[in-house]
Design a protein around this ligand. Structure first.
Ligand SMILES: *Cc1c(COP(=O)(O)O)cnc(C)c1O
Length: 375
């Protein structure tokens, strides 16, 4: 699905040098590269503060801890997303309130958010799924009206731009109270292990997040609040410092692959190419088609035989996951998410694809469609 090997070979000289520097210095925890990377990412994103942490799931947890959410508080999340988003809500004793998504863009539905606001609602967690931003204009308006927090899960959309009606543009993750992201190797800005970060503009909130990520202390061995241990390794920060200047190029390369796929795969009733949401750029963490009129598994195995990997993100919506049955949801509650779980198929997209490889993939999909009279 991604080719980390080829990307590494392309950046090898700089990455090896950066890692070697850390190995020589043996500053493995909280070395200077961590703060330098945080500063550089803040500059890139135009965020006032970037707080590095151990992974994207921790980033979500730290965000909810910093907002002082209490057991019983409701947090609205899309039913169609990666589990991490809802997991930390459940873990903290908060109540995940699932809502449906839009069938064409897969993004959280603003109308469904509005319908699910109650006096207990304390936060909304929009997920910028597959690389484009949720309707932040609509979501921030609801949040303001009801005085609730918004935490953007930007694990899949780092570098995406959201444009407001007045023309101002902001980077994904910097629009709401707190943004969270992940540097998992296959993410758009991936390190060589686990990593994550938070984006925040509020100074007091930034201090609090830093404290929570560091055992609740500002001064060593003085613990003012209960925290956790969540750090970005210096080695990972050093790798990310090499990759961050490449992020726009990474996004461009992914967009080029997506444009190729669009041109080749449009116009078939049997499949839908991914729709573009309004007011947002798309950094194509995934290129996800929908299998409208045939069994997805048939296409998957056809492509597998040809050496083309595919993935289903996500085969089961969160409200139907075993771990979340105690919240009382059933089949039929979120028809769009349920249908998407049955129809979506993500095909390879990354920074190293050649036109020949892309052509082989689209030719193979078309061969399948023709063989099954799905023109
Ligand atoms: C990857 C991902 C996360 C979690 O990130 P980790 O670094 O793996 O903990 C959270 N939310 C979404 C939408 C993701 O894709």
């Amino acid at each position: 699905m991604v080719d980390l090997q080829r990307q590494y070979q392309r950046l090898k000289q700089d990455i090896d040098a950066a890692m070697s520097e850390i190995l020589q210095a043996t500053s493995f925890i909280n070395g200077p590269a961590v703060e330098l990377f945080a500063k550089e990412l803040a500059d890139y994103n135009n965020a006032k503060h970037v707080i590095p942490c151990a992974n994207g799931t921790d980033a979500l947890q730290l965000a909810m801890m910093a907002l002082d959410l209490k057991p019983g508080d409701e947090v609205i999340v899309p039913a169609f997303t990666y589990v991490a988003t809802a997991e930390v809500i459940a873990l903290l004793g908060l109540t995940p309130v699932f809502v449906d998504v839009y069938p064409d863009t897969f993004l959280i539905s603003v109308e469904e958010i509005e319908k699910n606001i109650t006096p207990k609602t304390k936060a909304i967690v929009p997920v910028h799924l597959f690389g484009q931003c949720a309707d932040m204009e609509g979501i921030m308006a609801i949040a303001q009206k009801h005085d609730i927090f918004v935490i953007e899960d930007t694990a899949q959309a780092i570098g995406a731009d959201y444009t407001f009606p007045d023309g101002t543009t902001r980077k994904a993750g910097t629009i709401s109270h707190i943004g969270t992201t992940s540097f998992f190797p296959s993410k758009n800005l991936g390190c060589y292990g686990d990593g994550g970060a938070l984006f925040v503009n509020d100074d007091a909130l930034a201090i609090k997040l830093k404290m929570i990520a560091n055992h609740g202390q500002r001064i060593k061995y003085h613990h003012d609040i209960v925290g956790v241990n969540s750090r970005l390794d210096t080695l990972q920060a050093a790798i990310l410092r090499v990759k961050l200047p490449q992020l726009n190029d990474f996004s461009l390369r992914r967009s080029k692959s997506a444009a190729f796929y669009d041109a080749e795969l449009k116009g078939f009733d049997a499949i839908s190419i991914p729709a573009r949401a309004q007011n947002t750029s798309h950094v194509f963490h995934q290129y996800t088609i929908k299998c409208n009129t045939f069994e997805r598994e048939a296409l998957r195995s056809f492509l597998q035989v040809k050496g083309i990997p595919t993935m289903v993100y996500y085969p089961v919506p969160l409200h139907l996951q075993k771990a979340y049955t105690n919240y009382g949801y059933t089949q039929g509650d979120f028809p769009v998410s349920e249908q998407l779980s049955a129809q979506v198929l993500s095909i390879p997209i990354h920074t190293e694809q050649t036109e020949e490889e892309l052509q082989y993939i689209t030719d193979s999909i078309k061969e399948f469609l023709a063989a099954n009279n799905l023109n």
